[in-house]
Design a protein around this ligand. Structure first.
Ligand code: GLN
Length: 306
């Protein structure tokens, strides 16, 4: 069954009591300023039809959701083996900013969706593009069909001021020879990607290419191949929610990607993309009410990849 706006609004009402039970990310001080009461959802069908409810047009910090967009850009610039010799394809079972496996695994991150992996991807972009931040923004604006999207400079610089952990991760990888560029410029770019401000509607539109075999909304040409799109969805299903990936697969049953800004994007291949936003997080750093909303929606409309 197809969701209506009433169905989506009803789901938001059902999960609203969860607000207060999670925690807004505060290790990036600029994120702690966001109201925990925000709650939005948008569905984008592969033909472009949007169904939405709540704060679905309000922009928020996409944070780690950007890791999918930077990997997509890297896939357009590199041969697969050039990427996968530097970053793995396995779930980590550890926190998104953990370094514990890096030391034991020669500086090769488990997957591209934990911080270490996304930093390697940012390093790849830095090596091959003269203006990676510009190119990334251009790609995202095209995918979202929204020329007004911007980086949030306040969020990016707030994160730069608290970057010890990400810098440590990058330096450790560099000590193993798995980082080609100077750490600080790559970190600056990575924080900018994370600071992208987008709404649920923007994000649902942007990720349409993963529900449509690599073909972005309104485009004539694929951005990545059908095979790459399948591969990306597989990585999202196994690694997109860090050490909460198994729980998310069990409850929601869709490839997905979360960010500490409280957004989660989920893909129903062949049909639609969904984006939810609720800033309070569970202990794994995934939106608490957002996951619950996706679980209810998956159930009500009878969709899952399993
Ligand atoms: N910018 C954040 C960080 O590097 C992204 C983390 C996230 O969204 N899980 O810590």
């Amino acid at each position: 069954m197809k969701p209506t706006e009433e169905l989506l609004a009803g789901i938001l009402d059902e999960v609203r009591p969860l607000i207060g039970k999670g925690k807004v990310a505060d290790y990036i001080p600029a994120l702690a300023e966001v109201s925990p009461n925000k709650l939005g959802i948008a569905v984008c069908y592969n033909d472009g039809e949007i169904i939405q409810a709540g704060d679905s047009n309000e922009c928020f910090s996409i944070q780690s959701i950007s890791k999918v967009l930077s990997l997509t850009l890297a896939m357009t610039l590199y041969e697969p083996e050039e990427i996968w010799q530097r970053v793995g394809k396995e779930p980590s079972g550890h926190a998104f900013n953990s370094m514990i496996q890096l030391e034991m695994e020669n500086g090769i991150p488990r997957n591209p969706f934990i911080n270490a992996g996304a930093l390697v991807v940012s390093d790849l972009l830095h090596s091959r593009l003269s203006a990676p931040q510009y190119r990334m923004l251009e790609q995202v604006r095209e995918l979202a069909c929204n020329p007004h999207l911007i980086y949030d400079k306040a969020v990016a610089s707030s994160e730069m001021q608290h970057s010890d952990r990400n810098a440590s991760i990058a330096y450790l990888m560099r000590s193993f020879g798995n980082f080609e560029n100077e750490v600080m410029p790559v970190l600056t770019n990575y924080f900018s990607y994370c600071s992208l401000r987008m709404s649920c509607v923007d994000l649902a539109r942007t990720f349409s290419y993963l529900a449509n075999k690599g073909l972005p909304l309104g485009a004539k040409k694929t951005i990545i191949s059908q095979t790459q799109s399948k591969q990306m969805n597989a990585l999202l299903a196994t690694c997109g929610l860090y050490d909460g990936a198994g729980e998310f697969a069990y409850r929601v049953g869709m490839p997905g990607k979360s960010g500490v800004g409280g957004g989660i994007v989920a893909i129903v291949p062949g049909e639609m993309t969904i984006c939810v936003w609720s800033p309070e997080l569970d202990p794994s750093g995934n939106s608490l009410a957002g996951t619950a909303a996706l679980e209810l929606l998956a159930d009500r409309i009878g969709r899952s990849i399993f």
